[in-house]
Design a protein around this ligand. Sequence first.
Ligand code: GLU
Length: 423
Amino acid sequence: MQERRKSSNVLLNTALQEFYGAADEMGLSERLINVLSHSERMMKVSIPVEMDDGSVNVYDGYRVQHSTALGPSKGGVRYDLGVDMDECEALAMLMTWKCSLAGIPYGGGKGGICCDPLTMSRREKEQLTRTYAARIEPILGRWSDVPAPDMNTGGQEMVWMLDTVSKMRGRLEPAVLTGKPVSFWGSHGRNEATGRGVATCGLELMRVLDMNPDNVTAAVQGFGNVGSYTAKTLNDAGVRIVAISDVTGSYYSAGGIDIHRAFDAVKNHPKKLLEGFESFGNCEKIDDILSAECDFLFPCARDGVINAQTAGRVKARYIVEGANGPTTPEAEEILQSDGVMILPDFLANSGGVIGSYFEWAQNLQGAFWTEEEYNNRLVHIMKGNFRRVWDWAESKRITMRRAAAMAAIQRVAEVCEMRGTFL
Ligand code: GLU
């Protein structure tokens, strides 16, 4: 028997150990455990970019397809200095469980480029994105691998990628990636979908716990695509958002942050940041959003922020993971013994990829849904998925993360058995 994998990369090791734990609890065969603990395909590319000063930088880019058992591998492309093959593998595996749990016909993938996009000009980013797309083009396709936005990427990057792939193939390929702008084969609602889904999960948790959103306070870490729309949806539902944050700092108001003003602040900032929000947002700057007094904490920024060092500072009783992998296993242990409940990332933030599936399905049909139809379907699916995991966790007396993992792995395992183990 082959030895089980371990990794020195925290995120990858966490993904692997969580998978082994859930798989063992459900009695999955060692054969399947072995297959599913490895990625099907991993690609590394070098991306030369001519910088504005005339020099040439070569960036490392990655695309990992963890599993295509359920369908084409699906997952975002991120631009961040932390990106490497291990991180992409971990996040691709997470996407496999996310898509399986969501009940959509996709496997899991992830990609990214190790770079600091905040220091790059628009022209440099365009060249970076187009060359990356050209180099991973052989493995992309609407029936093989479908990228989407992730950390520090959005509609513009998707258009550059789509345009490059379409030019190389001599035909428009709208369904080859999702998260496109509405004006170019995108969907009304996709931009807000992840945040709307995260907030919907939080609101469902309040509902099953008989909490009135009007009496609930929340802190939302991160004010990018996920955090901003999580905060807005919660705010619209009556929740008082007492703290928000981004890379420029944390902003607190016991009486509630004016979310519409925060959107204005970001819109008017050259790099779309909250910088200076304390001076016109009627709030104060605090050192650490994790220690803000609140009932619910929504970490929507990045992985590993709630760790052994920071877990003790968390005041919230409920954590809803908007980011991928924000809580380390050590932190989860500490929080669990304190009685804090965590809604796991691959349940809570699945609104993004569910929305991507809607967009892809429309692209394949050449159809366009209304925003209302899109949002209603999204909320309906999110509520159903939350309920399924909640009931399972209650009946088996296990955590929401373990229940979600077991449900997700079960579907993948079933299909692997039917299709044959070596897909
Ligand atoms: N990047 C998002 C995620 O991590 C969306 C992925 C997608 O839509 O393919 O779930």
